[in-house]
Design a protein around this ligand. Structure first.
Ligand SMILES: CC(C)(COP(=O)(O)OP(=O)(O)OC[C@H]1O[C@@H](n2cnc3c(N)ncnc32)[C@H](O)[C@@H]1OP(=O)(O)O)[C@@H](O)C(=O)NCCC(=O)NCCS
Length: 179
């Protein structure tokens, strides 16, 4: 298994991975929504604001994780949000997701990212260092439909203190349907 952030030229395979994985787990409508989200993220996000990590086995993309910048207008810290992540249905439960995300978090730490947020199942994301966080500590771009799924972790030695100002996500995530 190889992990990398070299996604350029692989966009179609990545979109297909997300579409198929979410179709299998959540149904065709969600599969199409998430596939389209990832297409939009890769097409419209400026390079420094986007990381797409892939897990590859025998030349096939079997996992993907997308991180995009969340800018706080009165805060100097660099914040990224993880969404979405997928591992091929037939290869789930073998640790690929956790290894891919640990690799991704280390790369972001090395790049100087201060904080990573995500929005998902705390029981899964706590395995890779995320803990519940409040909207007061880290304002989200939209009112969260499931605030119990708002999670964060510091990639530095500093604890997360309140992020100041309004948050602005990348254009592809700028839709309340994702929040
Ligand atoms: C969520 C996902 C990325 C995890 O990747 P993975 O490679 O299967 O996960 P790992 O093998 O690293 O970890 C597996 C463990 O996490 C648990 N787990 C997997 N998905 C979970 C979920 N959605 N919620 C809670 N726990 C989960 C498994 O039960 C397993 O537990 P065990 O080790 O005690 O048996 C993958 O299952 C997936 O693509 N699911 C469908 C899409 C999705 O829901 N994405 C996340 C939302 S953006």
């Amino acid at each position: 298994m190889e992990f990398s952030k070299a996604f350029k030229g692989r966009e179609q395979d990545i979109i297909e991975l997300f579409t198929a994985t979410f179709t299998a787990s959540e149904g065709a409508e969600e599969g199409a929504l998430i596939g389209d989200l990832v297409r939009h993220q890769m097409a419209s996000t400026a390079e420094p604001d986007l990381y797409v990590f892939i897990a590859e086995a025998d030349g096939m993309i079997v996992g993907g994780a997308v991180f995009s910048q969340l800018a706080y207008d009165q805060d100097d810290r660099t914040v990224f949000v993880l969404a979405p992540v997928a591992v091929s249905t037939e290869l789930q439960g073998k640790g690929i997701g956790q290894k891919l995300l640990m690799h991704a978090l280390q790369t972001l730490r090395d790049a100087g990212v201060d904080i990573v947020l995500t929005y998902g199942d705390p029981s899964y994301y706590s395995r890779i260092g995320f803990a519940p966080i409040t909207e007061a500590l880290a304002p989200a771009p939209f009112k969260l439909q499931h605030p119990e799924g708002w999670l964060g972790q510091s990639l530095t030695d500093d604890e997360i203190t309140p992020l100041e100002g309004k948050s602005r996500c990348v254009e592809a995530l700028n839709d309340p349907v994702f929040w």
